[in-house]
Design a protein around this ligand. Sequence first.
Ligand code: ADP
Ligand code: MG
Length: 429
Amino acid sequence: SYRKGGYHAVRVGDSFAGGRYIAQRKLGWGQFSTVWLAYDTRSSRYVALKIQKSAPQFAQAALHEIEILSAIADGDASNSKYVIRLVDHFKHAGPNGQHLCMVLEFLGDSLLRLIKYNRYKGLELNKVREICKCILTGLDYLHRELGIIHTDLKPENILLCSTINPSKDPVKSGMTPILERPEGNQNGGAAINLVEKKLKQRARRAVARISERRASMGGVGTTPKPDRSLDGIDVRCKVVDFGNACWSDKQFAEEIQTRQYRAPEVILRSGYSFSADMWSFACTAVELATGEMLFTPKEGQGYSDDEDHLALMMELLGKMPRKIATGGARSKDYFDRYGDLKRIRRLKYWPLDRLLVDKYKFSETDAKKFAEFLCPLFDFEPEKRPTAQQCLQHPWLNMENLTKNEVKSEPTIDKVSVGMRNLQIKVGK
Ligand code: ADP
Ligand code: MG
């Protein structure tokens, strides 16, 4: 993709915007862009530099993102709304074309990284609560003050305000900014990128070989890793990635959201609004607390992933009201006129509070309180879901768990398949 119309190859020490920003290291990449840690020589701060691919459709998308991000920055002078801040933007001419560049405040790891770091075991409820407050404050600002729907809320698109590993933070680690291109970094960037890529591939293969060997030696690879403490980690976070966001009165796409976080009205094509973000928020909150995605629909024999998704929703939340089930442009693909799924006939109900207790070993009280907070957000009728503003008033956000999340009981003897298709619960002693 480092060719005409594609990514711009960057080398450490490259300068942008007439020398104002100097590239330090690569932070990540997406479908449309690469993102670099850069040093802003004017403000003497580190920033994230997002460099878009240059082809017209990518430039168009970047312009749209800049428009949304500018509205966000204009309405939040004190930068206190838990939404990513655009600092600057400009064009950069390179061998592959003109690239729109966004300068964003530098943030830390995504919540997905945090979940992985915690070995998919779910975060302590006090941490989940703090994260929920940040996300809801951000959503309330976007929805109520700006009329913006994010449309792709998920753990990957929420970044911590600080890095999990302090040595990755240029300020905390005391890194001195690189101000010019180091020696031996003078030739073509694309070539360097290729070499880098090959070295990385080789390293990955070596790691894979080693762990394979370990596994075949028996046991070594399966030693349980010790728990990691999240005690020192400040979980304040911000909503990012406005590449797909839209104005509520100027929508672009019928199909929005990442599959697992997609609201029922989007699947059924009944029209969507701010409340679609609230559904994704609720899916995200459950995932933070359990370490696993709430809905992982798959296509099966005789039914599609969409139909499976609707079935999973109803198994957790009860039957969809007939009026809602039959009211969308796509309803006839999935439901008969009585509001029953056409191809998945037998549903096994397993409500959220029971799921939290049975599968994830929450205490009865924790499960009940958390489910009380979330269940209204999982209303099949979008208009009935509480707004972000209403959620912020909920007692669950203002209570505190004095004890740590209950120690989860030892895994299991029997695996008994109960309830939801696709899900197995583990039954303890
Ligand atoms: P795309 O729209 O191309 O998917 P994203 O905005 O999602 O790009 O950014 C790609 C990746 O770059 C993110 O997943 C994240 O790892 C990193 N990143 C993006 N913005 C920042 C930021 N402000 N601070 C730190 N890292 C960032
Ligand atoms: Mg992205």
